[in-house]
Ligand binder design. Sequence first.
Ligand SMILES: Cc1ncc(COP(=O)(O)O)c(C=O)c1O
Length: 353
Amino acid sequence: MDVISFARGVPAPECLPVDELAECARAVLERDGKTILSYGTGAGYSPLRELIADWFRVHPAQVIVTNGGLQGFVLLAERLGRGQTVFVESPTYDRPLKILLSKGSTVVPVEMDDQGLSAQAVEEQLRMHQNPAFLYTIPTFQNPSGRTAPVERRQAILNVADSHGLQIVEDDPYGLVRFEGASVPAYFDLSDKRTIYTSSFSKTIAPGLRVGWTILPPELAHDLIESANSTYISPVLLGQATIYEFISRGYFEPNLVKVKKLLGERRDAMLAALEKHFGGTGAHWSKPEGGYFTWLELPPGVIAKGVLERAQGVTAVLGTDFGGLPGSMRLAYSYVSPDEIDEGVARLAAAVA
Ligand SMILES: Cc1ncc(COP(=O)(O)O)c(C=O)c1O
């Protein structure tokens, strides 16, 4: 029996624009090889840094282009989070959680509901924990839950954060991967660019190139660039130049359309399969309008660990790995075909029964 993986939060191979990237990589090497094959600055490949600054209407000095968005988070966690209290969503993406713990941060989970974080939940934790260094949030198509916070919630959280001097770190790699519905403004825009924003080309182009960015106040950006410099000298310039070329040649938009179509079909297949195999069982799941994941809360009393142990030929990640409840699991629909999705969900449902 072939294993069906709902565990892998990676794009299906069909999403990857291999030919276009090969063409772009060759072109940049031929044109600019002597620069991009040498060491550069910790800030990243300047043309890409400037392009991102232009997209977000900030000064390039506020942008650091890193080896994936996660690298930016490591630098930020070291600079702001070491030994400090940090608020995270509950559940949250497991890697930042581990990074924060490795820096000796005290991680405070803030409860979410189907609409993500609420101002009340943040305020409640602020009453108990003084001066947290920042709140780490993934407000759109969250990893792992697939949830999106509506604009009213974001605005209310921003008000609470402002009145308590709480810094918001917004991680937004999935925002552009929207299949339907209107996009929700980022904290970054709602706050007039005062919050810290991080994103990535991993979900819109290819994760293997390892290109992400963080936008932050100039003095903090300067510190992170120094720290990048003293840790890895400069990021992989070939990957960044290839992405710059990909965008310059006009490949970004059409590629995003293709990615959204492919993943949207998979999201549809996942929601249909959940309805078919879990409808009426008391299970509950998120219904994302984009991104990679849905969050399955099993019928009351059922433990996800037991289900995944019993399930034949299907994998998913336990909700507890993200700080979630024992009855929950993350289902990634990004990697598997619609047919496999139906079969995989059927196998999960059989393991519950
Ligand atoms: C919320 C979130 N942030 C960051 C990342 C890491 O992205 P990158 O590949 O840019 O390091 C991921 C990857 O899955 C993610 O889900």
